[in-house]
Design a protein around this ligand. Sequence first.
Ligand code: SAM
Length: 292
Amino acid sequence: MYKDIATPNRTKEILEKYGFSFKKSLGQNFLIDTNILRRIVDFAELSDETGVIEIGPGIGALTEQLARRAKKVVAFEIDQRLLPILAETLSSYSNVRIIHQDVLKADVRKVIDEEFAGIKDMMVVANLPYYVTTPIVMKLLTDNLPLRGIVIMLQKEVAERMAAKPGTKDYGSLSIAVQYYTKAETVMTVPRTVFVPQPNVDSAVIRLTKLSQPAVFVENEAFFFEVVRASFGQRRKTILNNLTSNLPNGKMFKETIEQVLHEVNIDPRRRGETLTIAEFAILSDRLLQVFQ
Ligand code: SAM
């Protein structure tokens, strides 16, 4: 059995050996609790047939737990200083490959095709850098990757927004963007004490299970998301006022928008946060006829 990386002593030893200093700007908060890492991996339901993409391996704490349970792990790491460290800490795992790249600039589909040929079960598992959580998740969802799902640690407040239901204070365009593609569940909350350095926010693990097809069918996806964003422009405003202010030329079409809302049985005085994804789909399909 190998010595786990994610203990306070081993992590300290590795960081001191390499004289590593954390870069806050890269969201570097490393996990030092093996139990939490194992639970994250449990939520991903890996088998020896699963291929895993990790984002930001750090010194390899999560990577080694993944390598023990998956067929192969490919991890994107932006910080060059971590490469020699990872080469040492993960040297006993032949099923790990590190790619030195900003994941936001990576062609993840090409990496899946090249690195995971023949593997049908693909997951993303990561303790994300918090400064880019939302762009990373949106990239993974909109690039139409062949994934079963995504299990990630992120800021608790962002996890709550992703998994929020209509009518709650956290529900907004991020909830709809995520729930259009996935079933979203916050599966664990994590105290800040299990990281070095400790972040100044609490964390959570969210599991996003890809739906076999989007949650609703819409005529024009880009317009659907435009209507959603417009509807949440200012949370205190009614849906009618938000659509009028935030859709291009909305003011010109105020009466028509009001008429469309009545036609699709949405009271123009409601707030965006009360509409379900299905209601947004019906509304945007009908508004498309006016705006295109
Ligand atoms: N997985 C490790 C752990 O759990 O201890 C480290 C997680 S730490 C929160 C985030 C990691 O993401 C850091 O290693 C950081 O250098 C890396 N990172 C930050 N921005 C990145 C990006 N755009 N692409 C790839 N990796 C990135």
